[in-house]
Write a protein that binds this ligand. Structure first.
Ligand code: 5RP
Length: 261
């Protein structure tokens, strides 16, 4: 791996533990003003001290995040469809690598939609982004999107998507947690982080999911709604950090959450 890519990646995936707690706030790129993300700056401000990286679009970065922040930025560069459009998978690259360099990002992120009508288009975008990333020393995070079909979140589909992302040169991959998640990790030669998905019923459920993912080989989480849609978002991110970096049990994370109320 090139020095620049390795150096940037080590700002996200912490060498001390080999893991990361990324905070995802990029949802507006296709969902618009998501609940609790109407004012991203206000939501994110209290959480920044606990995030190893912040994932968002350039518009929200420039408008809502203090440029003096030390938190590494993972810049979402893909998009082009919305929740009310015809096909969520019709995405392409919407932000240039030059702008990513201007923004001093630690990585760029793009969704691939394996199995969709736009499979080839999104894989071509990934290939192009990896080429540009190699040129500038910027790692690429591939997000294995499922569109509206949440049912596709099984080990067979996610292994296929993660492996294809790695074959195309992604430096790390973001996917969903699923049954037999160890199969997804084992067949993917680059680090895998998990999205949280829609807000779970209880905090303990979220801590358990993070714990199970780490136990089965994940390099961490890139979590959004289960953190900032909670009434105690700081407690949530502290609990998640405890699971990911300190390998606390989910019940201990829940105690940390309750103490932080
Ligand atoms: C959407 C994304 C989101 O960042 C991702 O889904 C993480 O957020 P959440 O934990 O809310 O699912 O990449 O494609």
């Amino acid at each position: 791996m090139d020095w620049g890519i390795k150096n940037r990646l080590s700002r996200i995936i912490k060498p001390a533990t080999g893991r990361t707690v990324m905070l995802a706030v990029d949802h507006g790129y296709f969902l618009g003003p998501t609940h609790r993300l109407e004012h991203v700056g206000r939501t994110v401000g209290p959480l920044l001290d606990y995030a190893d990286a912040l994932m968002l679009t350039r518009g929200i970065l420039r408008s809502s995040i203090d440029p003096e922040t030390a938190v590494p930025i993972v810049l979402r560069v893909s998009g082009g469809s919305s929740i009310i459009g015809d096909d969520l998978s019709n995405e392409t690259i919407m932000t240039s690598m030059e702008d990513a360099v201007r923004l001093n990002v630690a990585a760029v992120a793009l969704s691939i939609f394996v199995g969709s009508d736009y499979e080839k288009q999104t894989l071509e975008s990934l290939a192009l982004l990896v080429d540009m990333g190699q040129e500038y020393g910027i790692p690429v995070l591939a997000v294995t999107a499922v569109g509206k079909e949440l049912g596709k979140r099984d080990a067979r589909f996610l292994s296929l998507s993660c492996r294809i992302a790695a074959e195309f040169g992604a430096s790390f991959v973001k996917t969903y947690y699923c049954d037999e998640f160890e199969k997804v990790v084992e067949s993917c030669p680059v680090p895998v982080v998990i999205a949280g998905g829609p807000k779970l019923e209880t905090e303990l459920d979220a801590f358990k999911m993070a714990n199970d993912a780490i136990q089965k080989g994940a390099a961490g989480v890139d979590m959004g709604r289960n953190i900032w849609q909670n009434d105690n978002p700081v407690g949530m991110i502290k609990g998640i950090r405890a699971v990911v970096h300190e390998r606390k049990q989910p019940e201990e994370a829940l105690e940390i959450f309750n103490q932080s109320k």
